[in-house]
Design a protein around this ligand. Structure first.
Ligand SMILES: [Zn+2]
Length: 109
């Protein structure tokens, strides 16, 4: 925990290295798409199968799978397998906090 705080202190307010810049911009890219925002917002509450996400949001299953792959590559979601069904949940509290803050921001006057 202390180590984490120190790390943040070092990185914010000083020159960002290439790796950090890349990850930060990829993260905002992940959050920069309405469909991905809707999927992540759904995963706030509980895990969902690909099918459930598609049905709840009224989006084609192939589109949902494609977006989940993108989010999985950035380690923003994870899944567990039960038989032939994959259940997805969110995998990063930082990014979910950013999403929540940004939704709050969009909702205030
Ligand atoms: Zn605001």
């Amino acid at each position: 925990m202390e180590e984490f705080k120190e790390n943040v202190a070092v990185k914010s307010g000083s020159n960002l290295d290439e790796e950090t810049l890349f990850v930060v911009s990829q993260t905002f890219k992940a959050l920069g798409d309405p469909t991905r925002i809707r999927i992540l917002n759904l995963l706030f509450q509980r895990e969902y199968s690909v099918n459930d996400i598609a049905e709840t949001l009224g989006i084609r299953q192939s589109t949902v799978s494609q977006q989940l792959r993108f989010l999985k590559n950035l380690r923003l979601v994870k899944y567990r397998r039960e038989g032939t069904t994959l259940y997805y949940s969110h995998d990063d509290d930082h990014v979910m906090s950013v999403l929540k803050l940004t939704i709050d921001h969009a909702s205030h006057n």
